[in-house]
Design a protein around this ligand. Structure first.
Ligand code: Q46
Ligand code: ZN
Ligand code: ZN
Length: 310
């Protein structure tokens, strides 16, 4: 196996590209793919301050690392979600990554700062944990960007994630979601711009990037994700990709190029005029934002005890 670029010994193959790479050229290829995504979708300007949503996993740490390597002023933000040992560990990985490099990591804790955690919120609302978790993450990242003066929030969503979300949205023809499934969501009504710089990299590549760049990340997946639809869609797409490398890329980028524009009106119809939340000041369609309602509902409950998984 020889590197596509230098013909030296390769350490990894990327079947979608029908190419092999040595360590250095693989890392360069990853950075080049991020640069290409940033340019193609107008994600970032050089002088902008970026807040990276960090979980301690491979994608968010690779995202932060690559943005820094490319010269962006990027800091991290981690949320203690209160999902037992998984959350403690993931915060630890995020902290030591930042400390080793002397980079700024902002932190908040659902339990300490808002009086609830993800398992408690799931119980109080009778919804799946990912629903309260996603809502909290979106709210807190937006709020942190406003509070600390960042222009953009970057997340570590990769090609596998985006293809799986697209697959789910198409299966149910959720046209409003399809209209919003973009690698860039422009700033509007007090919400910062949201960007996904890793959309041109697969999950296997972000993991390999971390290993080859010497980044320690939490390998364990969130225990709440087990059995959810998203994982099922990923498995289905992996089976297709195995037979036909490049399918995920063609599915997702074909959608962006040829179909996503057709759903924009469905998404736009969703956007009403926004007011400031009466409690926290965040932009919202009602008097009180969804996060503050969640705090009200989940805040008074005793913590749910998670079984020790070790
Ligand atoms: S952390 Fe939260 Fe994910 Fe865990 S509870 Fe679901 S949304 S799976 S990215
Ligand atoms: Zn090489
Ligand atoms: Zn609020």
């Amino acid at each position: 196996m020889k590197c596509r670029v230098c013909r030296g010994p390769a350490v990894i193959d990327v079947r979608r590209q029908n190419a092999n790479y040595c360590r250095d050229h693989f890392l360069r290829m990853c950075r080049d793919q991020v640069t290409k995504a940033i340019d193609e979708f107008g994600m970032l300007r050089p002088e902008e301050r970026v807040l990276v949503a960090v979980s301690g996993g491979k994608d968010s740490l690779a995202c932060w690392h690559i943005l820094r390597e490319l010269g962006y002023e990027a800091d991290g933000f981690v949320i203690g979600l209160g999902i037992g040992d998984y959350s403690l560990e993931s915060t630890r990985f995020a902290r030591s990554f930042a400390e080793e490099r002397g980079w700024t990591l902002h932190e908040t804790s659902l339990r300490d700062d808002h009086g609830f955690d993800v398992p408690t919120a799931a119980k109080a609302t009778h919804r799946v944990p990912c629903s309260a978790c996603g809502l909290s993450k979106r709210h807190l990242f937006d709020a942190a960007a406003r509070e600390h003066g960042y222009d953009v929030v970057a997340t570590g969503h990769n090609l596998d994630d985006e293809a799986a979300v697209l697959f789910g949205n198409v299966l149910r023809w959720q046209t409003d979601y399809l209209g919003r499934q973009q690698p860039v969501l422009p700033a509007r009504n007090g919400f910062p711009r949201k960007v996904k710089p890793l959309v041109r990299l697969g999950e296997r590549e972000t993991a390999a990037y971390c290993v080859l760049a010497g980044i320690d990340y939490i390998v364990e997946e969130c225990p709440m994700a087990a059995g959810n639809r998203h994982l099922g869609y990923k498995e289905a797409l992996n089976a297709i990709e195995l037979q036909s490398p490049g399918s995920k890329h063609d599915f997702y980028f074909g959608f962006l190029k040829r179909a996503s524009g057709r759903f924009l009106t469905d998404a736009e119809a969703e956007q009403n005029d926004l007011d400031a939340c009466g409690k926290c000041g965040a932009p919202t369609t009602g008097d009180i934002c969804a996060f503050c309602k969640l705090v009200d509902r989940a805040g008074g409950h005793e913590p749910v005890v998670l079984r020790d998984r070790r």
